[in-house]
Design a binder for this molecule. Structure first.
Ligand SMILES: Cc1cc2nc3c(=O)[nH]c(=O)nc-3n(C[C@H](O)[C@H](O)[C@H](O)COP(=O)(O)OP(=O)(O)OC[C@H]3O[C@@H](n4cnc5c(N)ncnc54)[C@H](O)[C@@H]3O)c2cc1C
Length: 459
């Protein structure tokens, strides 16, 4: 155990803040975890609504390291395939990885609560709900919170801002006099609303259960992830403005026609999609870059506070969990030398945060446009075949990001770009649609790949 005299504050008891708290407490630190919301375990703030997200290998690895993976897996549903629904309701199935490789649908609130409960079991952890961070004094690491008891102040040696995409710690960092903080927030053209497909009358799933369903419609898409109770949580991503957009669709008749035209096979399954569409305000999607992530050798950002991204790669939480795992390893290696730990953490994680932000942004096109495209699907089949033949020479980008925690996000981005160049050449070969299983195609692909490797561009 490292020195336990340091006190640490974690602002934000979301999944990342809660996991980080567990890890730091087990390193011997006294940790105070502050959260602006009430304790959802004691209330019904989620009103039975299950918003689910995809957990994949990077997330699992971090959960395993604190011994909670099995508990989470008991209520998680593996999604082995993406199932595309075309306009006529025809289905196309595409495996996410090799046999048995899956991304897992988990309830966001449930996993958050499980991690908070795990943190609570640690003797050196104090949880503080209903405490809204309003100010940070970076010279003394003193935090100010609004609470029912009035304004309170709290002081510690170290502070982690795990307070999400609209982080207060981050905003306060930007106000430190003479600190050069680079920052950007970019809004995507799309916003989203969540919809629901309830369980069938017998409690079963009304669509294939162990799959992520996508209705790709180029500029917009609907996706559905399964829940253990037989329902699916659906998300409609669509432009905020423009011809087909949240702002354009304001009349009931138009919304009905929209669902009828584009999601006819889902329409009968969705629970009051038109009413839900009309009554809900679409949420914006944004991505955030900030540098540095660390100031004064004792304040760091982590999770969405450091790298909010769009959800199209299903990696936001996974990346935040990986931040925690890497930081925890650095704590072990650097024995209480926090300037060193934080500097290495930033050096290691910032390029990876940037890479997954970029990959996630690009993936909207892949999901909404290309997933339904025959040429895209052929390209994926060729890649999968080639990967089967040469598993060490070629790992598809999706697999690197999702199933290969040993490959960093920035490495995945770099290699993925080279693979893309190579596949453009393969897809341009005459009659590739008929010849894609021919041996010479794979010989050519092998040759191109090895040539790239020889150029020093190791794939
Ligand atoms: C539609 C959608 C789908 C997604 N799908 C996936 C997916 O499939 N896979 C995946 O890995 N990720 C997904 N994500 C991303 C994932 O939800 C986030 O990356 C993850 O929740 C980040 O965790 P966090 O703990 O860093 O931040 P948050 O979950 O935002 O938690 C931050 C916490 O800080 C608290 N807080 C905020 N401000 C203050 C304050 N001033 N004082 C005190 N407390 C404060 C908040 O109440 C909150 O509890 C998705 C996101 C969206 C929007």
């Amino acid at each position: 155990m490292t020195n336990s005299t340091k006190t640490i504050t974690v602002a934000g008891a979301g999944p990342v803040g809660a996991l980080l708290t567990v890890m730091l407490a087990r390193q011997g630190y006294k940790v105070d975890l502050f959260e602006s919301r009430e304790d959802s375990r004691l209330s019904d703030i989620y009103q039975g609504k299950s918003i689910n997200i995809a957990l994949s290998d990077r997330g699992w690895l971090a959960l395993e390291s604190v011994g909670i993976a099995e508990e989470v897996r008991r209520e998680a549903i593996p999604m082995y395939n993406r199932v595309m629904h075309d306009l006529e309701g025809n289905l196309t199935r595409q495996a996410y990885g090799k046999e048995k490789q899956a991304i897992w649908s988990v309830s966001r609130s449930k996993i958050n609560e499980q991690l908070v409960s795990l943190a609570e079991q640690e003797e050196t952890v104090s949880l503080h709900f209903n405490k809204h961070l309003t100010d940070v004094d970076f010279d003394t690491t003193t935090l100010t919170f609004n609470s029912a008891e009035g304004e309170i102040q709290h002081n510690s040696d170290l502070l982690f801002g795990a307070d999400g995409a609209f982080s207060k710690v981050r905003r306060k960092m930007q106000e430190i006099p003479r600190k050069r903080i680079s920052y950007s927030l970019e809004y995507m053209p799309q916003s989203y609303i969540e919809l629901n497909i309830p369980a069938g009358a017998d409690g079963s799933h009304q669509l294939e259960k162990e799959a992520l369903h996508i209705w790709p419609r180029k500029d917009f898409m609907l996706i559905a992830l399964p829940n253990p109770d037989g329902s699916f949580t659906c998300t409609l991503f669509m432009n905020q403005e423009g011809d087909i957009s949240f702002e354009a669709l304001t009349q009931r008749g138009d919304v009905e026609a929209f669902f009828q035209t584009y999601f006819s096979d889902a329409l009968g399954l969705l629970e009051d999609p038109v009413g839900e569409f009309m009554s809900r305000k679409a949420s914006p999607l944004s991505l955030v870059h900030i540098y540095p992530w660390v100031v004064n050798d004792n304040v760091g950002l982590i999770g969405d506070a450091a790298h909010a991204m769009v959800p199209f790669y299903g990696q936001g939480m996974n990346c935040g969990f990986e931040d925690c795992r890497v930081l925890n390893e650095l704590v072990t290696q650097n024995q209480n030398d926090w300037p060193e730990i934080l500097s290495k953490y930033q050096e290691h994680r910032k390029p990876n945060g940037d890479a997954i932000i970029e990959l996630a942004k690009r993936n909207f096109v892949e999901m909404s446009e290309l997933s339904g495209d025959a040429s895209f699907q052929l390209c994926k089949k060729i890649e999968a075949n080639f990967h089967d033949r040469y598993p060490n020479l070629w790992v598809p980008l999706y697999s690197m990001v999702t199933f290969s925690p040993q490959t960093s996000y920035s490495e995945a981005l770099r290699v993925g770009d080279i693979q893309k160049r190579i596949m453009v050449q393969i897809m341009a070969l005459p009659n590739i649609e008929e010849r894609w299983q021919d041996e010479d195609i794979y010989e050519h692909l092998h040759h191109l790949t090895v040539s790239e490797n020889l150029k020093g561009e190791k794939l």
